[in-house]
Design a protein around this ligand. Sequence first.
Ligand code: UD1
Length: 348
Amino acid sequence: MSEKRRILVTGGAGFIGSHTVVQLIEAGFDVHVVDDLSNAHSHVMDAIARITGVHPGFSCFDLCDSEKTKKLFADIKPDAVIHFAAKKLVGESVQNPLMYYKTNLQSLVNVVEASLEHGCQKLVFSSSCTVYGQPDQNPVGEDAPLKKPESPYGNTKRICEEILQDTVKAHSLQVVSLRYFNPVGAHASALIGEYPLGAPSNLMPVLTQTAIGKRSGFSIFGSDYNTPDGTCIRDYIHVVDLANAHVAAIQLLLNREKSSVFLVYNIGTGSGVSVKEMVESFERINGLKLNYEYAPRRTGDVEQVWANNVLALQELGWKPHLGLDEMVASAWKWEQHLNKYEKSIHQS
Ligand code: UD1
Protein backbone atom coordinates (compact mmCIF):
# COMPACT_ATOMS: atom_id res chain seq x y z
CA MET A 1 0.00 0.00 0.00
CA SER A 2 1.32 3.45 -0.87
CA GLU A 3 2.08 5.78 2.02
CA LYS A 4 -0.44 8.43 2.93
CA ARG A 5 0.39 11.93 1.72
CA ARG A 6 1.04 14.29 4.62
CA ILE A 7 -0.68 17.67 4.73
CA LEU A 8 0.33 20.41 7.15
CA VAL A 9 -2.69 22.56 8.05
CA THR A 10 -1.84 25.89 9.67
CA GLY A 11 -4.73 27.32 11.68
CA GLY A 12 -6.28 23.86 11.63
CA ALA A 13 -8.15 24.37 14.92
CA GLY A 14 -10.12 27.31 13.53
CA PHE A 15 -13.55 27.37 11.90
CA ILE A 16 -12.65 26.58 8.29
CA GLY A 17 -9.40 24.83 9.27
CA SER A 18 -11.08 22.25 11.53
CA HIS A 19 -13.69 21.35 8.92
CA THR A 20 -10.93 20.98 6.32
CA VAL A 21 -8.91 18.71 8.62
CA VAL A 22 -11.94 16.42 8.97
CA GLN A 23 -12.49 16.25 5.19
CA LEU A 24 -8.78 15.64 4.56
CA ILE A 25 -8.66 12.77 7.06
CA GLU A 26 -11.80 11.30 5.53
CA ALA A 27 -10.19 11.58 2.08
CA GLY A 28 -7.26 9.46 3.35
CA PHE A 29 -4.61 12.10 4.10
CA ASP A 30 -2.24 12.14 7.06
CA VAL A 31 -2.81 15.54 8.67
CA HIS A 32 -0.69 17.61 11.03
CA VAL A 33 -2.15 20.79 12.54
CA VAL A 34 -0.24 23.83 13.74
CA ASP A 35 -2.27 26.45 15.60
CA ASP A 36 -1.38 28.89 18.39
CA LEU A 37 -4.96 28.67 19.72
CA SER A 38 -5.15 32.47 19.83
CA ASN A 39 -8.59 32.32 18.22
CA ALA A 40 -9.52 28.67 18.61
CA HIS A 41 -10.15 26.18 21.37
CA SER A 42 -8.02 23.15 22.20
CA HIS A 43 -11.14 20.93 22.49
CA VAL A 44 -11.45 21.20 18.69
CA MET A 45 -8.66 18.66 18.25
CA ASP A 46 -10.60 16.15 20.41
CA ALA A 47 -13.77 16.90 18.46
CA ILE A 48 -11.92 16.15 15.20
CA ALA A 49 -10.80 12.83 16.70
CA ARG A 50 -14.38 12.01 17.74
CA ILE A 51 -15.66 12.65 14.21
CA THR A 52 -12.90 10.88 12.29
CA GLY A 53 -11.49 8.35 14.77
CA VAL A 54 -8.06 9.87 14.10
CA HIS A 55 -6.10 12.22 16.35
CA PRO A 56 -4.11 14.41 13.95
CA GLY A 57 -0.64 15.51 14.99
CA PHE A 58 -0.73 18.89 16.69
CA SER A 59 1.83 21.66 17.33
CA CYS A 60 0.95 24.77 19.29
CA PHE A 61 2.97 27.87 18.40
CA ASP A 62 2.86 31.16 16.53
CA LEU A 63 4.06 30.93 12.91
CA CYS A 64 5.62 34.37 13.25
CA ASP A 65 8.44 32.42 14.94
CA SER A 66 10.56 31.56 11.92
CA GLU A 67 12.88 29.07 13.69
CA LYS A 68 9.99 27.04 15.10
CA THR A 69 8.29 27.09 11.70
CA LYS A 70 11.40 25.75 9.98
CA LYS A 71 11.84 23.05 12.63
CA LEU A 72 8.23 21.97 12.15
CA PHE A 73 8.79 21.52 8.41
CA ALA A 74 12.01 19.60 9.12
CA ASP A 75 10.20 17.29 11.56
CA ILE A 76 6.93 16.80 9.68
CA LYS A 77 8.20 16.83 6.08
CA PRO A 78 4.79 17.66 4.59
CA ASP A 79 3.91 16.91 0.97
CA ALA A 80 1.71 20.04 0.89
CA VAL A 81 0.54 22.87 3.13
CA ILE A 82 -2.81 24.57 3.60
CA HIS A 83 -2.24 27.97 5.16
CA PHE A 84 -5.26 29.23 7.11
CA ALA A 85 -3.50 30.72 10.12
CA ALA A 86 -4.23 34.46 10.18
CA LYS A 87 -6.00 37.12 12.13
CA LYS A 88 -9.45 37.73 10.64
CA LEU A 89 -11.42 40.34 12.55
CA VAL A 90 -12.25 43.23 10.25
CA GLY A 91 -12.96 45.76 13.04
CA GLU A 92 -9.85 44.81 15.01
CA SER A 93 -7.74 45.24 11.87
CA VAL A 94 -9.01 48.80 11.47
CA GLN A 95 -8.11 49.54 15.11
CA ASN A 96 -4.73 47.82 14.96
CA PRO A 97 -3.52 47.62 11.36
CA LEU A 98 0.13 47.00 12.21
CA MET A 99 -0.72 43.89 14.21
CA TYR A 100 -2.58 42.58 11.14
CA TYR A 101 0.17 43.40 8.66
CA LYS A 102 2.82 41.98 10.99
CA THR A 103 1.01 38.75 11.84
CA ASN A 104 -0.64 37.85 8.55
CA LEU A 105 2.32 38.78 6.32
CA GLN A 106 5.10 37.48 8.58
CA SER A 107 3.45 34.11 9.11
CA LEU A 108 2.90 33.64 5.36
CA VAL A 109 6.52 34.56 4.59
CA ASN A 110 7.76 32.14 7.27
CA VAL A 111 5.59 29.30 5.97
CA VAL A 112 6.69 29.84 2.36
CA GLU A 113 10.35 30.16 3.34
CA ALA A 114 10.22 26.96 5.39
CA SER A 115 8.33 25.18 2.59
CA LEU A 116 11.01 26.08 0.04
CA GLU A 117 13.85 25.21 2.40
CA HIS A 118 12.40 21.76 3.07
CA GLY A 119 11.35 20.90 -0.47
CA CYS A 120 7.59 21.26 0.05
CA GLN A 121 6.44 22.94 -3.16
CA LYS A 122 2.65 22.81 -2.89
CA LEU A 123 0.60 25.33 -0.97
CA VAL A 124 -3.09 26.20 -0.72
CA PHE A 125 -3.76 29.74 0.48
CA SER A 126 -6.86 30.94 2.26
CA SER A 127 -7.96 34.09 0.43
CA SER A 128 -11.22 36.01 0.32
CA CYS A 129 -13.69 37.63 -2.06
CA THR A 130 -12.91 40.80 -0.13
CA VAL A 131 -10.15 41.34 -2.76
CA TYR A 132 -12.88 42.25 -5.31
CA GLY A 133 -14.37 45.05 -3.16
CA GLN A 134 -17.68 46.02 -4.80
CA PRO A 135 -17.30 44.32 -8.19
CA ASP A 136 -18.43 46.14 -11.31
CA GLN A 137 -20.54 43.15 -12.22
CA ASN A 138 -21.92 39.99 -10.65
CA PRO A 139 -21.33 37.11 -10.62
CA VAL A 140 -17.69 38.12 -10.21
CA GLY A 141 -15.02 36.03 -11.96
CA GLU A 142 -11.41 35.50 -10.92
CA ASP A 143 -10.27 37.85 -13.70
CA ALA A 144 -12.22 40.84 -12.33
CA PRO A 145 -10.03 43.78 -11.37
CA LEU A 146 -8.94 43.70 -7.73
CA LYS A 147 -9.83 46.74 -5.66
CA LYS A 148 -8.23 48.05 -2.53
CA PRO A 149 -10.08 46.21 0.25
CA GLU A 150 -11.93 48.31 2.83
CA SER A 151 -9.99 46.97 5.81
CA PRO A 152 -6.37 46.18 6.66
CA TYR A 153 -7.52 42.57 7.16
CA GLY A 154 -8.78 42.45 3.58
CA ASN A 155 -5.64 44.15 2.36
CA THR A 156 -3.46 41.47 3.99
CA LYS A 157 -5.28 38.87 1.83
CA ARG A 158 -4.50 40.85 -1.30
CA ILE A 159 -0.86 41.44 -0.34
CA CYS A 160 -0.40 37.76 0.59
CA GLU A 161 -1.63 36.79 -2.89
CA GLU A 162 0.90 39.22 -4.39
CA ILE A 163 3.71 37.78 -2.25
CA LEU A 164 2.80 34.30 -3.48
CA GLN A 165 2.55 35.43 -7.12
CA ASP A 166 6.03 36.97 -6.94
CA THR A 167 7.45 33.91 -5.21
CA VAL A 168 6.21 31.41 -7.82
CA LYS A 169 8.00 33.50 -10.47
CA ALA A 170 11.31 33.11 -8.67
CA HIS A 171 11.11 29.66 -7.07
CA SER A 172 9.76 26.20 -7.67
CA LEU A 173 6.41 26.58 -5.94
CA GLN A 174 2.84 25.66 -6.85
CA VAL A 175 0.09 27.67 -5.22
CA VAL A 176 -3.69 27.51 -5.26
CA SER A 177 -5.36 30.56 -3.75
CA LEU A 178 -9.00 29.98 -2.82
CA ARG A 179 -11.11 33.11 -2.65
CA TYR A 180 -13.88 32.28 -0.22
CA PHE A 181 -17.22 33.97 -0.34
CA ASN A 182 -19.20 33.86 2.96
CA PRO A 183 -18.57 30.62 4.88
CA VAL A 184 -21.40 29.58 7.23
CA GLY A 185 -22.87 26.42 8.76
CA ALA A 186 -21.20 23.62 10.69
CA HIS A 187 -20.33 19.94 10.49
CA ALA A 188 -23.42 17.68 10.57
CA SER A 189 -22.20 16.12 13.85
CA ALA A 190 -22.40 19.56 15.53
CA LEU A 191 -19.07 18.71 17.18
CA ILE A 192 -17.21 21.50 15.37
CA GLY A 193 -18.43 24.87 14.10
CA GLU A 194 -17.79 28.58 14.30
CA TYR A 195 -16.70 29.56 17.81
CA PRO A 196 -16.24 33.33 17.87
CA LEU A 197 -14.21 34.70 20.75
CA GLY A 198 -15.98 37.88 21.90
CA ALA A 199 -19.00 39.41 20.22
CA PRO A 200 -19.31 38.24 16.62
CA SER A 201 -19.86 40.67 13.76
CA ASN A 202 -20.60 38.13 11.01
CA LEU A 203 -24.24 37.54 10.21
CA MET A 204 -24.64 33.82 10.97
CA PRO A 205 -23.22 33.78 14.51
CA VAL A 206 -25.26 36.92 15.19
CA LEU A 207 -28.41 35.01 14.14
CA THR A 208 -27.59 31.89 16.16
CA GLN A 209 -26.62 33.90 19.26
CA THR A 210 -29.90 35.81 19.03
CA ALA A 211 -31.84 32.56 18.66
CA ILE A 212 -30.18 31.03 21.75
CA GLY A 213 -30.63 34.21 23.79
CA LYS A 214 -26.95 35.20 24.12
CA ARG A 215 -28.07 38.51 22.65
CA SER A 216 -31.50 40.08 22.73
CA GLY A 217 -31.67 41.01 19.06
CA PHE A 218 -29.73 42.28 16.07
CA SER A 219 -29.80 44.86 13.32
CA ILE A 220 -30.06 44.37 9.60
CA PHE A 221 -27.57 46.92 8.34
CA GLY A 222 -29.18 48.86 5.49
CA SER A 223 -32.57 48.46 3.83
CA ASP A 224 -32.04 51.00 1.04
CA TYR A 225 -29.48 49.20 -1.11
CA ASN A 226 -30.07 48.87 -4.81
CA THR A 227 -31.16 45.22 -4.48
CA PRO A 228 -34.60 43.61 -4.87
CA ASP A 229 -35.45 43.79 -1.14
CA GLY A 230 -33.08 46.64 -0.24
CA THR A 231 -30.67 44.51 1.87
CA CYS A 232 -27.13 43.44 0.94
CA ILE A 233 -26.50 40.34 -1.12
CA ARG A 234 -23.78 37.75 -0.43
CA ASP A 235 -22.84 34.27 -1.62
CA TYR A 236 -23.07 32.08 1.49
CA ILE A 237 -21.20 28.79 1.23
CA HIS A 238 -21.51 25.82 3.60
CA VAL A 239 -18.22 25.34 5.45
CA VAL A 240 -18.16 21.60 4.62
CA ASP A 241 -18.42 22.39 0.90
CA LEU A 242 -15.66 24.97 1.38
CA ALA A 243 -13.53 22.38 3.22
CA ASN A 244 -13.97 19.99 0.30
CA ALA A 245 -12.70 22.66 -2.07
CA HIS A 246 -9.40 22.50 -0.13
CA VAL A 247 -9.25 18.73 -0.52
CA ALA A 248 -9.82 19.18 -4.27
CA ALA A 249 -7.09 21.86 -4.42
CA ILE A 250 -4.64 19.57 -2.62
CA GLN A 251 -5.46 16.71 -5.00
CA LEU A 252 -4.94 19.01 -7.98
CA LEU A 253 -1.54 20.12 -6.67
CA LEU A 254 -0.38 16.61 -5.76
CA ASN A 255 -1.30 15.37 -9.25
CA ARG A 256 0.56 18.19 -11.02
CA GLU A 257 4.01 18.11 -12.50
CA LYS A 258 6.62 20.23 -10.81
CA SER A 259 6.35 23.48 -12.79
CA SER A 260 5.59 26.62 -10.77
CA VAL A 261 2.10 27.94 -10.92
CA PHE A 262 -0.26 30.36 -9.17
CA LEU A 263 -3.92 29.38 -9.58
CA VAL A 264 -6.92 31.26 -8.20
CA TYR A 265 -10.43 29.91 -7.69
CA ASN A 266 -13.61 31.49 -6.40
CA ILE A 267 -15.27 29.26 -3.83
CA GLY A 268 -18.92 30.18 -3.61
CA THR A 269 -22.22 28.63 -4.65
CA GLY A 270 -22.76 31.06 -7.52
CA SER A 271 -26.03 32.34 -6.00
CA GLY A 272 -26.67 35.61 -4.21
CA VAL A 273 -28.81 35.66 -1.07
CA SER A 274 -29.99 38.85 0.64
CA VAL A 275 -29.69 39.46 4.38
CA LYS A 276 -33.48 39.46 4.61
CA GLU A 277 -33.69 36.12 2.77
CA MET A 278 -31.06 34.66 5.07
CA VAL A 279 -32.91 35.78 8.19
CA GLU A 280 -36.21 34.45 6.85
CA SER A 281 -34.65 31.09 5.93
CA PHE A 282 -33.15 30.81 9.40
CA GLU A 283 -36.55 31.45 10.97
CA ARG A 284 -38.47 29.14 8.64
CA ILE A 285 -36.13 26.14 8.68
CA ASN A 286 -35.49 26.28 12.41
CA GLY A 287 -39.07 27.18 13.39
CA LEU A 288 -37.96 30.29 15.28
CA LYS A 289 -38.75 34.00 15.37
CA LEU A 290 -35.82 36.38 15.73
CA ASN A 291 -35.91 39.85 17.21
CA TYR A 292 -34.40 42.34 14.79
CA GLU A 293 -34.67 45.87 13.48
CA TYR A 294 -33.49 47.71 10.41
CA ALA A 295 -30.53 50.00 11.05
CA PRO A 296 -28.36 52.29 8.89
CA ARG A 297 -25.77 50.78 6.54
CA ARG A 298 -22.57 49.41 8.13
CA THR A 299 -19.44 51.28 7.09
CA GLY A 300 -17.35 49.32 4.64
CA ASP A 301 -20.05 46.87 3.52
CA VAL A 302 -20.26 46.16 -0.19
CA GLU A 303 -23.77 46.17 -1.64
CA GLN A 304 -23.74 42.87 -3.47
CA VAL A 305 -21.27 40.20 -4.45
CA TRP A 306 -21.63 36.61 -5.58
CA ALA A 307 -19.29 34.22 -7.30
CA ASN A 308 -18.78 32.99 -10.78
CA ASN A 309 -17.53 29.56 -9.66
CA VAL A 310 -17.25 27.94 -13.11
CA LEU A 311 -13.45 27.73 -12.98
CA ALA A 312 -13.56 25.81 -9.69
CA LEU A 313 -16.24 23.48 -11.06
CA GLN A 314 -14.20 22.78 -14.20
CA GLU A 315 -10.62 22.71 -12.96
CA LEU A 316 -10.95 21.55 -9.35
CA GLY A 317 -13.71 19.07 -10.17
CA TRP A 318 -15.44 20.42 -7.08
CA LYS A 319 -19.00 21.49 -6.58
CA PRO A 320 -21.07 22.66 -3.62
CA HIS A 321 -23.75 20.22 -2.46
CA LEU A 322 -25.28 21.92 0.58
CA GLY A 323 -27.94 24.63 0.22
CA LEU A 324 -29.25 27.42 2.39
CA ASP A 325 -31.49 25.06 4.39
CA GLU A 326 -28.52 22.94 5.47
CA MET A 327 -26.49 26.07 6.23
CA VAL A 328 -29.05 27.56 8.64
CA ALA A 329 -30.03 24.20 10.18
CA SER A 330 -26.44 23.10 10.87
CA ALA A 331 -25.45 26.52 12.24
CA TRP A 332 -28.36 26.42 14.68
CA LYS A 333 -27.65 22.80 15.71
CA TRP A 334 -24.03 23.79 16.39
CA GLU A 335 -25.01 26.84 18.50
CA GLN A 336 -27.23 24.60 20.64
CA HIS A 337 -24.39 22.10 21.09
CA LEU A 338 -21.97 24.90 21.93
CA ASN A 339 -24.35 26.30 24.52
CA LYS A 340 -24.52 22.93 26.31
CA TYR A 341 -20.74 22.59 26.11
CA GLU A 342 -20.15 26.08 27.54
CA LYS A 343 -22.59 25.42 30.38
CA SER A 344 -20.81 22.16 31.23
CA ILE A 345 -17.46 23.98 31.36
CA HIS A 346 -18.85 26.66 33.70
CA GLN A 347 -20.31 24.00 36.02
CA SER A 348 -17.12 21.92 36.20
C1 UD1 B 1 -17.10 40.19 6.39
C2 UD1 B 1 -15.95 41.10 6.09
C3 UD1 B 1 -15.06 40.45 5.09
C4 UD1 B 1 -14.59 39.10 5.59
C5 UD1 B 1 -15.81 38.26 5.91
C6 UD1 B 1 -15.38 36.93 6.50
C7 UD1 B 1 -16.75 43.39 6.49
C8 UD1 B 1 -17.08 44.68 5.85
N1 UD1 B 1 -16.40 42.40 5.64
O1 UD1 B 1 -17.83 40.02 5.18
O2 UD1 B 1 -13.93 41.27 4.84
O3 UD1 B 1 -13.80 38.45 4.63
O4 UD1 B 1 -16.65 38.96 6.82
O5 UD1 B 1 -15.59 36.84 7.84
O6 UD1 B 1 -16.81 43.24 7.69
N2 UD1 B 1 -25.19 41.88 8.66
C9 UD1 B 1 -26.27 42.45 9.27
N3 UD1 B 1 -26.32 42.44 10.63
C10 UD1 B 1 -25.34 41.90 11.40
C11 UD1 B 1 -24.22 41.32 10.76
C12 UD1 B 1 -24.17 41.34 9.38
O7 UD1 B 1 -27.18 42.97 8.62
O8 UD1 B 1 -25.44 41.94 12.64
C13 UD1 B 1 -25.12 41.91 7.19
C14 UD1 B 1 -23.94 42.70 6.66
O9 UD1 B 1 -24.29 44.05 6.53
C15 UD1 B 1 -23.70 42.00 5.32
C16 UD1 B 1 -24.14 40.55 5.56
O10 UD1 B 1 -24.94 40.59 6.74
O11 UD1 B 1 -24.52 42.54 4.36
C17 UD1 B 1 -22.98 39.62 5.78
O12 UD1 B 1 -22.13 40.18 6.78
P1 UD1 B 1 -20.88 39.41 7.38
O13 UD1 B 1 -21.29 38.04 7.81
O14 UD1 B 1 -20.25 40.30 8.39
O15 UD1 B 1 -19.94 39.21 6.14
P2 UD1 B 1 -19.35 40.28 5.11
O16 UD1 B 1 -19.62 41.66 5.52
O17 UD1 B 1 -19.80 39.89 3.75
